[in-house]
Write a protein that binds this ligand. Structure first.
Ligand SMILES: [Fe+2]
Length: 328
């Protein structure tokens, strides 16, 4: 019997199937007290998320950011966390509830596991759809254990053997360091970097950091190997045709961000193309409905964002900080 069948009298269960797995979609069968249901069912729902990597709660009575906060505080057992060492612009809506990445609507955000470019990352992500776009704007998902299995062995061996070095030059084009680290005091940034083994270099008020992380993790529950890095986002080739212009102006060493192998070797573009192709081939798509609450195991499911037309408002919360050191 599936875990969700234990909640049978309260819910309807649908599925989003994909090659290699499925994601359950749970809706209330009759008018139920949402908060009461979440409180009573959170351990079963949590077990489903750990098993499937994702769970979509649909048509529950959740009417805005405050309802979302109450729901995710319950689901997470009051373990919501903040967004540290950020890589994309986003605003705090209310305490520990953020907007999803505020990139222009025509931008495509590639599949990624949240904060896998740094030492600390959330175990769980919660997305809440306040407003659905007119078209596009899906949040594609991909099972990172299947990505690990599907990648070419030679590419995988290089990445697993060496790890990834994430290079960031803050300000001007990319996020300013003040926004990334949440302070305007360089001394506090330096202390943060030292505490978290991030190499840093100040040039007057300009900051450059380099951080090395593994390319994969071992899932703590399922013991699956998980592809868990953002080399394909940080590498300059992610900028497409604009990359060469940027390199011409700033020089390869000074562009806002780049990814190298941890030993400083250049990552061949062909390897990144293969990774992007593998991610795209394993993309799982579903249509948002206003009020949807999507729970992801960030260690198992990658997410992205498709370009969209019209207004789109998706809120995000994160819970349970973990570190690479704890998982490898
Ligand atoms: Fe993200």
């Amino acid at each position: 019997m599936s875990l969700l069948n234990q909640l049978d009298e309260h819910i309807d269960i649908d599925t989003i199937p994909y090659k290699g797995g499925l994601i359950s979609v749970v809706s209330p069968r009759k008018r139920i007290n949402t908060q009461g249901f979440l409180t009573e069912s959170k351990s079963i729902l949590g077990a489903v998320v750990r098993q499937q990597g994702a769970l979509l709660l649909r048509r529950f009575k959740l009417n805005g950011a405050k309802d979302f906060l109450t729901a995710v505080e319950t689901l997470s057992g009051n373990k919501l966390c903040n967004y540290e060492n950020k890589s994309t612009p986003r605003s705090q809506v209310i305490d520990r509830i953020f907007t999803s990445t505020e990139y222009p609507s025509d931008a495509f955000i590639p599949l990624h596991n949240e904060n896998s470019y740094t030492h600390t990352f959330p175990r769980y992500l919660y997305f809440f759809c306040l407003k659905k776009s007119i078209s596009g704007g899906e949040t594609p998902l991909a099972n990172s254990a299947l990505i690990h299995q599907a990648l070419d062995e030679k590419v995988k061996d290089e990445f697993l053997g060496k790890g990834v070095r994430y290079v960031r030059n803050y300000g001007e084009i990319d996020l300013p360091w003040q926004e990334v680290f949440g302070t305007d005091k360089p001394q506090e940034v330096s202390e943060y970097c030292e505490k978290h083994s991030i190499d840093y270099k100040w040039n007057k008020n300009q900051l450059r950091t380099e951080e090395c992380c593994p390319a994969s993790i071992l899932h703590p529950d399922t013991k699956e190997d998980i592809w868990f890095n953002q080399a394909h986002l940080f590498h300059y080739s992610n900028l497409g045709e604009g990359a060469q212009d940027l390199i011409n102006v700033y020089g390869l060493n000074n562009i806002p961000r780049n990814a190298l192998f941890a030993d400083g070797e250049v990552i061949p573009k062909g390897m990144l193309d293969h990774i992007r192709d593998t991610l795209n081939a394993n993309e799982i798509l579903f249509d948002w409905q206003p009020g949807d609450l999507l729970i992801l195991d960030n260690l198992k499911m990658a997410h992205g964002r498709r370009p969209f037309e019209g207004q789109r408002k998706v809120l995000v919360a994160m819970s349970e900080e973990l570190t690479h050191r704890e998982l490898n």
